[in-house]
Ligand binder design. Structure first.
Ligand code: NAP
Length: 252
């Protein structure tokens, strides 16, 4: 890529905070001018590294009106960008794409009574942005957020989630799947928990295509396996000209 960074496309942002959740998980909070976005969309972060401009997409965790911008990421060993993002400090510069992108938003999700939000790892981020807005609470009677991680230390943003639990005690349910140690609400992978009926039992809510809309975001294999499991229960993928009950985002 050219050494020139186009200021019409890239806003020069200032790091407000780099918050470390665990060895590999971080939240980068940045002040930057970006165009309005819808909750669930992603921006891009970029750095000039040894004369080369490197950028990658990251979902906004902050709500559209909220500042600073908040990006949740995992350091990818050997990756070009994430090890450098994890070394930033308050006051450092980072480039943020002015134009947000993506279709993983509630505007793409048809009507329903119950909204199921299924995430693994850092793909929790877009759901937090969505839950910080009024729309899901206005449109759905009950909302279940499921976060699947390998270890307990990866259960980030618990305070943000606790806020939703306090604000909507009767309407919001949060479930954790911790697969490689004890300590979650359940310990099997999300598709298996759906297959065995455990997710419905823990959420105390039926997971059926008549009443439910399901948004899935995360590890591409998890998305694939969860979609297959839901299809076997009568769900259908939600496509632009053919509405269904499953809306997905493969996170990488
Ligand atoms: P992960 O491997 O995605 O695991 C998170 C959770 O998803 C675990 O509970 C895991 O269960 C479960 N899972 C994995 N495969 C599944 C499947 N097929 N069906 C259902 N559940 C499944 O862990 P992560 O730490 O979030 O990410 C791991 C690696 O992915 C990172 O280290 C990084 O290399 C890469 N990654 C890349 C990007 C990127 O932008 N390129 C972003 C995020 C992550 P198990 O414990 O049973 O496996």
């Amino acid at each position: 890529m050219s050494k020139e960074i186009d200021p019409r496309k890239w806003s020069e942002g200032k790091v407000v905070e780099l918050y470390r959740w665990s060895d590999a998980l971080y939240s980068l909070r940045v002040e930057a001018e970006v165009e309005p976005f819808a909750a669930g969309q992603f921006g891009k972060l970029g750095l000039m590294l040894e004369g080369e401009f490197i950028s990658r997409p990251y979902s906004f965790v902050n709500a559209p009106q909220e500042k600073p911008l908040d990006f949740y990421f995992i350091v990818i060993p050997g990756g070009k960008l994430t090890p450098k993002l994890a070394q930033l400090a308050p006051g450092d510069r980072v480039f943020v794409a002015r134009k947000p992108a993506g279709f993983f938003t509630l505007s793409q999700v048809p009507a329903g009574r119950f909204l199921w939000l299924l995430a693994t790892g850092t793909a929790l981020g877009p759901f937090l942005s969505i839950l910080k807005t009024l729309e899901p609470w206005q449109r759905f009677e009950k909302i279940v957020l499921v976060h699947g991680v390998r270890t307990r230390s990866e259960l980030a943003y618990r305070e943000t989630i606790a806020y939703f639990q306090r604000a909507y005690p009767e309407r919001f349910r949060f479930l954790t799947s911790v697969t490689r140690e004890t300590g979650g609400d359940f310990s099997m992978r999300i598709p298996k928990a759906i297959e065995l009926g455990l997710l419905e039992e823990l959420a105390a809510l039926p997971l059926d295509p008549k009443d439910s809309q399901v948004m899935i975001c995360g590890n591409p294999e998890m998305v694939k396996d969860t979609v297959a499991q839901l299809i076997s229960r009568g769900f259908k993928e939600n496509l632009r000209h053919s509405p269904g009950q499953i809306t997905t985002e493969r996170y990488w």
